[in-house]
Design a protein around this ligand. Structure first.
Ligand SMILES: [Zn+2]
Ligand SMILES: [Zn+2]
Length: 148
């Protein structure tokens, strides 16, 4: 499943997978980042704000929801504030792995576009999602990805 290779801790060095403003992921070595920290995104070649940690299970694997063939979602958030948004793991039309992050609407002030979670189980999100990197789009309904 996409995304499950990520770990938070190896040995005594703690690593955090963080979701960046641009939708890419980065590895942050302990101490953990603070909200609004910025990190250099190698994919974008510019600094980006940290949106939150990718949540993981005790076995180090990300909590990933399989939405269909080669499409999955992982949630990210902060300690005490889980599920602030999701990372959509998908593939480009050329079958290259791609990722994008989407922030949920919790009534917060934000300059970001926000998405509403209708249900977490089965996962249903509105409106449709579009990847800013590869341009693929679709919707998440009843725990499935429907390409648009
Ligand atoms: Zn980036
Ligand atoms: Zn993409």
């Amino acid at each position: 499943m996409i995304g499950q290779q990520w770990e938070t801790a190896t040995g005594r060095v703690k690593r955090f997978i963080v979701a960046l403003d641009c939708g890419h992921l980065a590895v942050y070595i302990a101490p953990p980042p603070e909200r609004d920290d910025i990190m250099f995104c190698q994919a974008c070649d510019v600094y980006q704000a940290v949106l939150g940690f990718v949540q993981v299970r005790k076995n180090g694997q990300s909590k990933t929801v399989n939405l269909g063939p080669a499409v999955a979602a992982s949630f990210f958030g902060w300690t005490g504030r889980p599920n602030l948004g999701l990372i959509l793991w998908h593939a480009t039309s050329g079958q290259v792995p791609c990722q994008a992050s989407f922030l949920f609407d919790w009534g917060q002030r934000s300059h970001h576009r926000l998405w509403c979670v209708q249900w977490f189980v089965p996962l249903t999100v509105t409106p449709d999602l579009s990847c800013p990197h590869c341009g693929c789009s679709g919707r998440i309904h009843s725990g499935r990805w429907f390409p648009g």
